[in-house]
Write a protein that binds this ligand. Sequence first.
Ligand code: ADP
Length: 407
Amino acid sequence: MKVLVINAGSSSLKYQLIDMTDESVLAKGLCERIGVDGRIEHKRADGVKVEKDLPFPTHKEAFLALIDMLTTGEGKVIDSMDEINAVGHRVLHGSEKYKVSTLVTDQVIEDIFAFRDLGPLHNPPQATAMKACQEVFGKDTPMVAVFDTSFHQTMPEKAYMFPIPYEYYENDSIRRYGFHGTSHRYVSQRALALLGLPEQESGLVIAHLGNGASICAVRNGRSVDTSMGMTPLEGLMMGTRSGDVDFGAMAWIAGETRQTLSDLERVANTASGLLGISGLSSDLRVLEQAWHEGHARARLAIKTFAHRFARHIAGHAAALQRLDGIIFTGGIGENSVLIRRLVSERLTVFGLAMDAARNQQPNSAGERLISADGSRVRCAVIPTNEERMIALDAIRLGRIHTAAALA
Ligand code: ADP
């Protein structure tokens, strides 16, 4: 029972081959510079690494190269591509149509392409990659599309509407969609198990903090609110994105500095957040180091990040009927002892008490509780694993029941 998980971009294609009998990753890699020249980096579970420069005029040649890598030479982990039972594709945007993951058909590929206004950088190359994958694997290998937006399709209208004239929603589907849905779904399921909570009576706030960052309120296993909107720019302050910012302030800047709206969109996406305030880096590790060395703006950037983050957690708690747990995931959520400490200090109002020693554990400790015994709201770290969630969907929707699986 082996599943190939694909995350395609316009010039790249990340892959993982997962053996779902024990959920082990057999190999993973990256095809890059598709359409330019081409390069593949491949790593087997035992640490063997292979790198090759190969021409990738399109995504199809990249698929052929990764299959060659998986089945022959130093990179080999399987005898033939027939051993791959299903392929799972990560897709950015499913609009309002795809409320759950789905088996890929020609119509699904067409739809993913048609939602290009909502995900201009991701949807078109992802649809292209799916077509190429179909050509390489043929139609007998089930392919599944897993959307970053679908987990949030359970949000009620009042949570997904923007308070702007209604016709923008009616005419152009302008509304909040949310992202990181596969991560929020995976982490919330694992959290229910870790905390021993029955799904039907539970309330969680999940914080996915990486370069991009979002929060999700999960009531009885379903997303009821999330911090990202129609694009990933809304909500939390991030590595280079501003998150929420007063539109009036941006309009003032546009007027005073004669920048266009698209100039300011670029500023808000690529020059703001941790990078914008610190003037130093978007990378939290660099900023934590700089804080220790006395860099005042690195300190201000981190404190502002924590302030806005705590405020969003509190806001999302309001979408729940009960708050059982606050869960951290993503590169920052899993690794930054400092951010978790700063935020938990702001959340004592909820009866959250962090256990300093538990908070210090390295991420290699895996899924772990970090709140103190007796804390009214519990707090945990759960390393995210979107690939595993995608592979599980591929097995379920592909109805893979191989002899090996039944044995
Ligand atoms: P992406 O959203 O690109 O997948 P990640 O989830 O990998 O990003 O998160 C990247 C962020 O995690 C960076 O800001 C990085 O500095 C931070 N990070 C990773 N390891 C640590 C660590 N040990 N301490 C503090 N921050 C860390």
